[in-house]
Design a protein around this ligand. Structure first.
Ligand SMILES: [Zn+2]
Length: 248
């Protein structure tokens, strides 16, 4: 429904990934704690069932990708050219990723590992800086108002007051933090405050929003410092950026 399959506006800069859980538990009236089970979950064809549900029900949401209990990744829409109806205000310029959640609020360790691999691949492919919310602070006005200045990986819960803490829960963000995703208080604009001096050093407009020009400047900076040219401000790149004296 809604924007499912609608074309993105031509030339859209895809600037963020939005993580979800299919049941959003804990949330709403179901406040059972999210359970993280060892290994991989059963191959239950959640992807197929979800696709049938989204295809047959006119009032439910969609997403581009779903990570099933067993770590299988299913893709339902063209990531570049199509929108999906997963997080209202930010749909036009984000990719939606559902994490299949069991009926008793369960997710699996191996499934979450697959989500981290997928997010790593997508951030590299789309030049999306690896930054995440530092904490769950309820839905953020910046995102409700369109999120055009928010780059990175965030949750449905950060965008919408209609979803609870469990969409997608803390565990997936903890794992992304463990592999180097930079935590920011997006609500206070801490991400933009961190990026402005970096952009001045890189010689691009210092609006605090790390877009395509910033990523290209990071690649040139990395080339000059014999770092892998990823375009992403990883820890090694930041360490050098923050040592360089700001030009006068
Ligand atoms: Zn959601």
């Amino acid at each position: 429904m809604g924007e499912d399959g609608a074309r993105r506006p031509p030339g859209t800069w895809i600037r963020a990934l939005v993580l979800h859980t299919t049941r959003g538990i804990p949330g709403g009236r179901d406040l059972r704690p999210q359970k993280i089970l060892p290994g991989l979950g059963p191959a239950r064809r959640t992807a197929r069932a979800t696709n049938q549900w989204w295809s047959s029900n006119g009032t439910c949401a969609g997403a581009h990708l779903l990570v099933d209990f067993d770590g299988t990744v299913a893709c339902f829409a063209d990531l570049v050219t199509e929108m999906t109806y997963h997080a209202t205000s930010v749909n036009a310029h984000t990719i939606g990723i559902e994490i299949a959640q069991g009926p008793n609020a369960e997710l699996w360790e191996g499934q979450l590992d697959a989500v981290v691999h997928l997010v790593d691949w997508l951030t590299a492919r789309f030049d999306i800086q690896r930054q995440i919310p530092d904490l769950y602070r309820g839905s953020l006005a910046r995102l409700r108002e369109g999120g055009r200045d928010v780059v990175g990986v965030y949750g449905h819960r950060d965008q919408s007051a209609m979803r609870g803490e469990g969409d997608p829960g803390n565990e997936v963000f903890r794992r992304l933090g463990d592999v180097g995703y930079e935590p920011f208080d997006f609500g206070s604009g801490a991400d933009r405050m961190a990026w402005r001096p970096r952009q001045r050093l890189l010689g691009v407009a210092d609006d605090g929003v790390a877009g395509p020009m910033t990523c290209n400047a990071i690649r040139a900076f990395q080339r000059n410092h014999e770092l892998p040219e990823t375009g992403l401000a990883d820890a090694a790149t930041r360490a050098i950026l923050e040592r360089v004296d700001e030009p006068v």
